[in-house]
Design a protein around this ligand. Structure first.
Ligand code: SF4
Length: 366
């Protein structure tokens, strides 16, 4: 079968793109806290976690105070794949998901008996927002013979439409598996990740045209200049970045792959093209290595977006404390939709466990 990618359009409709940008720029970030205020909040959060038999599950992109607290209290810091896996195996009755909403929804899909809280339920994702379920369903209906593969960064309604859910940590393996079965796929919503997967696997693919507002900002010319200034640095790129940026990479992969590269490669300097929240974990595992953030929007390496997701940045110690104290930010899902979406999530988790991409089942105590 010949490989082919059909680009549905150059981008999602301009009105939708504008509304996503407006949403991102209207985010209200947590107020500055002194070290004393932080210490007091950490103490109160630890007490609440014990009282409520709760654990924190934090993404690599959230504030380092939250990542440190998750680890200190027996929770987990991970990519979205391991976050989902940890939630499924945890014996906690409450999980506080520090990340964005689709991560909280995935936890609830897998663990409906648990209370799933988020410090701010408005923490969304441009990929999720850029793929409304009704439009995506109509799109898929035009290609009934295609297998629908969606990225985890989507709503529960979009996951309910999908045959498979993937993350950047398992997308290549799952799509290769589908290719061996002779499948053609619809891919949504990230166009850059989709193009990369297509070029790596050669599968026939129809692409939805969403994008991550953070990774889409990485700039090819400025990265070339930075490489010239740092000729010995290795370049690590997340595949949600534009293809021209990916082409400059020494390593392309998920957050987990990038962290492992910093930890295990002998090189001392790395230029990193992903959200800079990941630096905390990289520095923890490889404290002597030098990390440079890849240049984002604007000319001459000038930073506009600063490589940090506004919705990940909403998560802070204060709203984490408040959601635990008063139960705000709880995720609820409609049961029929949850069960439909769960099929594709479970397929992904089972596949990933079999392939050793995530830990096998083992219950984590709260
Ligand atoms: S970094 Fe990009 S993909 Fe991740 S949550 Fe933010 S907008 Fe979504």
């Amino acid at each position: 079968m010949s490989s082919q990618t059909i680009n549905l359009a150059q981008s999602i409709p301009i009105e939708l793109a504008n509304s996503i940008n407006n949403l991102a720029s209207s985010v209200v970030l947590p107020a500055y806290l002194t070290e004393r205020e932080k210490a007091l909040l950490v103490k109160k959060i630890k007490k609440l976690l014990k009282e409520k038999k709760a654990q924190i599950v934090a993404h690599y992109y959230v504030d380092h105070d939250l990542q440190a607290l998750a680890e200190e209290t027996g929770g987990k810091v991970a990519d979205s794949l391991e976050m989902a896996n940890f939630g499924a195996q945890s014996s906690a009755s409450t999980l506080v998901v520090c990340g964005v909403k689709f991560m909280g929804e995935t936890s609830k899909m897998i663990s409906p008996e648990k209370t799933i809280l988020m410090p701010d339920i408005e923490a969304t994702c441009s990929l999720d927002k850029g793929c409304p379920a009704d439009e995506f369903r109509s799109f898929c209906n035009q290609y009934p013979e295609h297998t629908v593969v969606v990225y985890a960064n989507t709503s529960v309604e979009v996951k309910a439409i999908a045959d498979w859910v993937v993350t950047s940590g398992n997308a290549l393996e799952i799509v290769n598996h589908l290719k061996k079965q002779g499948k053609k796929i619809i891919w949504g919503p990230d166009r850059h990740l989709g193009s990369w997967i297509q070029s790596e696997t050669g599968i026939e693919m129809i692409l939805w045209q969403g994008q991550c507002i953070v990774h889409d900002e990485f700039q090819v010319f400025e990265l070339q200049e930075l490489k010239k200034l740092n000729p010995r640095a290795k370049v690590l790129v997340h595949p949600e970045s534009p293809a021209e940026v990916v082409e400059l990479a020494d390593v392309v992969g998920s957050t987990r792959v990038m962290i492992e590269a910093v930890q295990t490669m002998p090189d001392q300097k790395f230029i990193v093209a992903t959200d800079n929240g990941i630096f905390w974990k990289m520095k923890q595992l490889a404290p002597h290595k030098k990390l440079i953030v890849a240049p984002t929007g604007g000319k001459d390496g000038h930073c506009i977006s600063c490589a940090h997701c506004p919705w990940m940045a909403i998560n802070g110690l204060q709203n984490l404390h408040d959601c635990l104290l008063s139960g705000t930010g709880e995720i609820f899902l409609e049961e029929t939709i949850r069960l439909r979406a769960l099929r594709s999530i479970n397929k992904m988790l089972d596949f990933s466990r079999k392939k050793g991409l995530i830990a096998k089942k083992e219950v984590k105590k709260a």
